[in-house]
Design a protein around this ligand. Structure first.
Ligand code: F0G
Length: 431
């Protein structure tokens, strides 16, 4: 513990700035750290490393068409690169982008392009203890009202399938279908962020369409998108990303930007080896026995923590175990960043590196005021095919211990606060 205290001080109480060597279980993210399957690794060996016209790109485009149903595929260097190109193509000064819930990089790109992000989650989404089975759903009543008044100024509607910052909560098939109908009525394109489409589909199968094979769920869900994009670092289990559409005109508009910002059309900033692994990763999204074991581990952990009285987001979602820092550290005021303080304290207590997903992850308003988000969470992510039940048992043991000793945690204050996406590089100290 003494060594970890020194390490987290050195890192400005920001787990992004810890050295991986100082971490025991790395639960910072599921991004770019999933285990690859043997089939993905094998694909990398036989990739055709050509700058242009590579048949490995053709294989990716075939996998996208067969699994997701899109004719046109553009590889990009990661998910936020797709967000950049979409925002640059569709957003104008003062445009609205309506979403079920923002992701940090999405908001940054919409705002950098001059747009205003409008969040329309269902009310249950912001209640950490609500057991609604699809807390990632968009509020379609408010969407209809909003578009009736503002459709001309709305660049696109964006649905994040498995809403990250709500605690990995899924979107139902019924909801995406309704959202699409409303978008069509008002002539507004629908963009789907499918970075975690694997876990979202697992929940749809479990809670809504039990008899459908996963492959059918994924394709049907994606079919509602005018533009589909994903960080391939997550469900794709590689590094990179992609953007796909059936709309030729949109494809052409975005494609001209690709060589400027990413790379040529057939690699878009990815290595050809990872394009091969992504093609296989996409095909394996439909393999029922491969998808969802992390969800079962998350569920086990949440159940055990809940039994011990530790406040956790329920129902357990995908992505990770999310701890409600407002309830965990009731005596730490919001301007002392309970989720940041909890994440640092939990690292000291356990060697487990989680991520702050609360006020620190939310930049200030343009006038410098804090905008405290409804959810103030510590996220303990489960990279795919990586952790076992014994790891969860250790996590639960240490977190219950910290809960019993929570009075030692007092909060954090800024030492260095970057102007945008401050959670990545910001430094704090304990008060
Ligand atoms: N969209 C979603 C839903 C994401 O979860 C992420 C990344 C991105 C877009 C951006 O993709 O990192 O490849 O540029 N999520 C990671 C996380 C960073 O830890 O949750 P990227």
């Amino acid at each position: 513990m003494e060594e970890r205290l020194l390490a987290i001080r050195e890192a400005g109480f920001n787990t992004f700035l810890l050295k991986a060597d100082d971490v025991f279980l790395d639960m910072l993210t599921d991004s770019g750290v999933n285990a690859m399957t043997v089939e993905q690794l094998a694909g990398m060996v036989s990739a055709q490393d050509a700058y242009a016209g590579s048949n490995t790109y053709e294989e990716l485009a075939r996998a996208v068409e067969e699994v997701l149903g899109f004719k046109y595929t553009l590889p990009v260097h990661q998910g936020r690169a797709a967000e950049h190109l979409i925002a640059r193509t569709l957003v104008r000064q003062g445009s609205f982008v309506v979403t079920n819930f923002h992701f940090t990089t999405t908001r940054a790109h919409v705002e950098l392009a001059g747009g205003v992000l409008v969040e329309l989650p269902i009310p249950e989404a912001l209640d950490a203890s609500s057991e609604h089975p699809f807390k990632g759903n968009m509020d379609t009543v408010r969407l209809e009202e909003f578009l009736a008044r503002n459709h001309e100024r709305t660049a696109f509607v964006r649905v994040e399938a498995l809403a990250n910052l709500l605690g990995g909560q899924p979107v139902s098939m019924e909801n995406i279908k309704l959202v699409k109908e409303i978008c069509e009525r008002y002539g507004v394109p629908l963009v789907i962020d499918g970075s975690m489409i694997d876990w979202n589909s697992y929940f749809v199968k479990e809670r809504e369409l039990g008899s459908w094979p996963l492959g059918k769920i994924i394709k049907e869900f994606a079919s509602h998108a005018d533009v589909f994009y994903m960080s391939a670092r997550k469900a794709g289990s590689v590094r990179g990303g992609l953007l796909a559409t059936n709309n030729r005109e949109l494809y052409e508009k975005i494609a001209v930007l690709l060589p400027v910002f990413e790379g040529f059309l057939s690699y878009g900033g990815m290595s050809v080896k990872e394009i091969a692994a992504l093609a296989m990763g996409l095909r394996q999204l439909t393999e029922e026995e491969l998808i969802g074991s992390e969800i079962e581990l998350i569920r086990y952990g949440v159940r055990e923590l809940d039994k011990a009285g530790v406040p956790v987001v329920k129902p357990p979602g995908g992505l990770g175990i999310h701890v409600d820092a407002l309830k965990f550290l009731e005596n730490v005021p919001r301007n002392r960043y309970p989720a940041g303080a909890l994440t640092a304290a939990f690292y000291i207590a356990s060697g487990i590196r989680g991520m702050e997903r609360g006020a620190i992850s939310n930049d200030r308003l343009p006038d410098g005021r804090e905008e405290y988000p409804a959810l103030e969470l510590m996220r303990l992510a489960f990279p795919r095919k990586t952790y076992l039940r014994s790891h969860v048992e250790y996590l639960v043991d240490r977190l219950v211990w910290l809960y019993e000793n929570r009075d030692v945690v007092k909060g954090l204050e800024w030492v260095y606060e970057p102007p945008v996406l401050r959670f990545f590089l910001g430094r704090l100290r304990d008060v």
